[in-house]
Design a protein around this ligand. Structure first.
Ligand code: AMP
Length: 114
């Protein structure tokens, strides 16, 4: 838990948000400003901002995030059509929330990246 972290506050229920999925390591919510018909955020419960400097103890959490993403793609009915997973890190990527998270985008042709 980090003070003034919006995703930590959602994790403990201080800020309301429907959790579509959760396990011991991560939870999933809908993005408040969706960029595609399906736009989910996969968020680790433990506060961490950057992948750089990740400790070995955190590595299983990364696996849990991918597992959650794959389960949610099935649950949202987009697994067969396709989806995109994005992790923004720091300024050049436009990271807005300094708590690690993965975007799942789907539901339309996402086009080439860039
Ligand atoms: P990023 O730019 O990768 O840091 O993405 C942060 C994402 O968090 C943005 O897509 C925001 O729309 C989303 N976001 C910010 N606050 C909330 C919230 N309270 N509930 C859901 N999504 C949020």
């Amino acid at each position: 838990m980090a003070d003034d972290c919006i995703f930590c506050k959602i994790n403990i229920g201080e800020i309301p948000s429907e959790k579509l999925y959760q396990d011991d390591d991560c939870f999933v919510i809908r993005d408040i400003a969706p960029k595609a018909p399906t736009h989910l955020l996969i968020i680790p419960k433990q506060h961490m901002t950057y992948l750089t400097g990740m400790t070995p103890e955190f590595q299983p959490v990364i696996g849990a995030m991918y597992k959650a993403a794959s389960l949610m793609a099935v649950a949202e009915g987009v697994a067969d059509a396709g989806y995109r997973l994005i992790v923004n890190q720091r300024d050049d990527a436009g990271q807005e929330v300094p708590h690690l998270h993965m975007h799942l985008l789907a539901g339309r042709r996402l086009g080439p990246m860039g």
